[in-house]
Write a protein that binds this ligand. Structure first.
Ligand code: ZN
Ligand code: ZN
Length: 146
């Protein structure tokens, strides 16, 4: 398993040192705004499993929960590489398309806000808003966040 990624200019490089917990696409309005596109793909990992090198800065952005999220981006090219939701301590969400080998989403969330021209072929992994993590995440991942 070799999960490496980088920003657009290669100043920031990172390695995910253990299996990711879960990968999901989010179609909510906040994620659209921050990507400038129709959805984001987040690969959730334990904070201790993410090793980052290079000059990175962060800024707090609002979220639907009201708790906020800290976005981490390359200070040179500005690419937003990962974030830490204040609601979920000990975990970070890596932006999957910054991985050298991006990961396919295991779920799509906030599909209620999905752009009408986006078609998802597997409807079984679509959720109007959020899913119940206890029912959806693999047991191994659930055990690791306890
Ligand atoms: Zn960069
Ligand atoms: Zn979202």
């Amino acid at each position: 398993m070799n999960l490496k990624g980088s920003c657009g200019c290669n100043n920031v490089k990172y390695t995910i040192k253990n299996n990711p917990l879960f990968t999901q696409a989010c179609h909510c309005k906040d994620c659209k705004k921050s990507t400038g596109s129709s959805f984001v793909i987040h690969t959730m990992v334990l904070e201790k499993d993410l090793e980052v090198e290079g000059d990175i800065a962060s800024i707090e952005l609002p979220t639907g929960s009201g708790k906020g999220v800290n976005a981490y981006f390359c200070i040179i090219c500005g690419v937003y590489v990962f974030c830490r939701y204040n609601i979920s301590t000990g975990r970070v969400a890596v932006r999957s398309q910054t991985l050298n080998n991006p990961i396919q989403p295991q779920a799509h969330i906030f599909v209620k806000d999905k752009d009408p021209w986006i078609e998802i072929s597997d409807k079984s992994i679509c959720y109007d808003k959020m899913y119940d993590r206890e029912k959806i995440w693999p047991t191994e991942s659930l055990n690791r966040i306890k």
